[in-house]
Design a protein around this ligand. Structure first.
Ligand code: ADP
Length: 263
């Protein structure tokens, strides 16, 4: 229905605080018997921007996207999504580390993310903030893309000041040319983060250095013990010319082939 995304406050039970985001705290909760995560947005501007996209977002459904269940208008805006028991991918990888996580497992997370992005690609939606911190892990170990809330079909707008420099493609940083291909660049950085067990990309480099040196052709080295075929995929994602970068569809095929080799 037209307002199916508007949820009923009286059916929501709020539980403990499970995280804090850019726009406010995140709580665990329950909505009509289902475990959910609830984010409260108090900023009017952000709440309105989110609300404008809500009806579209509730229609986006994929195993590898964190499902938006709906919103509640109360003290600003409450955003209700499916609950992701294992939290974000960066913390998950850091806390478990090399000794317990296998290459197969990491490849599965990478493939999960790729499938979610292939779906957004098919809908011509651009994420703009794809990074391991925005990937969440479910109770049953499925990786899902989150924060596609302000994903956008058009390729302009937003100011430059808040861009995640280490994840953003050069043409997006310089000329605001956001596209599925700039998401592919970010995906390459996410692959690097994943295969380095949650390390900060471009270690020891300042944002200014990253911006300048990447422009001149510098690229991150392979993470330790990363299969060379996987590093080759990262390098494809970091082609200077966006047209030379693979599609998420193509990336999915390559990662699936890698996974088959390792299983
Ligand atoms: P923001 O994008 O506003 O910075 P996030 O959505 O990244 O905030 O949320 C911050 C943290 O809260 C995440 O890193 C994660 O640990 C936790 N979190 C967010 N959404 C969920 C969810 N659906 N299930 C479980 N934990 C979540």
């Amino acid at each position: 229905s037209k307002t199916g995304w508007l949820l009923d406050l009286s059916k929501l039970t709020l539980g403990e605080n499970i995280g804090s985001g850019e726009f406010g705290a995140v709580f665990q909760g329950e909505y009509m018997g289902r475990k959910v995560a609830v984010k409260n947005i108090k900023s009017d501007v952000t709440a309105q921007a989110f609300l404008d996209e809500t009806s579209v977002m509730t229609k986006l459904q994929h195993r590898n996207l964190v499902q938006l269940l709906g919103v509640i208008l109360h003290n600003g805006l409450y955003i209700v999504t499916e609950f992701m028991a294992k939290g974000n991918l960066v913390n998950y990888l850091r806390s478990r580390g090399r000794s317990v996580i296998t290459t197969v497992e990491i490849l599965q997370y990478a493939l999960d993310v790729c499938k979610g992005m292939e779906y957004l690609e098919s809908k011509k939606l651009v994420h703009r903030d794809l990074a391991a911190r925005n990937i969440l892990i479910s109770e049953d170990n499925v990786a899902k893309v989150s924060d596609f809330g302000l994903a956008s079909g058009d390729c302009q707008s937003t100011d430059n000041t808040k861009l995640p420099v280490k994840w953003t493609a050069p043409e997006a940083l310089n000329n605001k040319k956001f596209s599925t291909k700039s998401d592919v660049w970010s995906y390459g950085v996410l692959l690097w983060e994943t295969f380095s067990f949650g390390r900060q990309p471009y270690p020891k480099m300042s944002l200014k250095e990253v911006k300048e040196q990447v422009e001149e052709g510098y690229r991150m080295e392979s993470p330790e013990n990363c299969p060379s075929d996987i590093y080759a995929i990262m390098r494809l994602c970091w082609e200077k010319d966006p047209k030379m970068r693979p599609t998420f569809h193509k990336l999915k095929e390559r990662l699936q082939a890698e996974l088959n080799k390792h299983e």
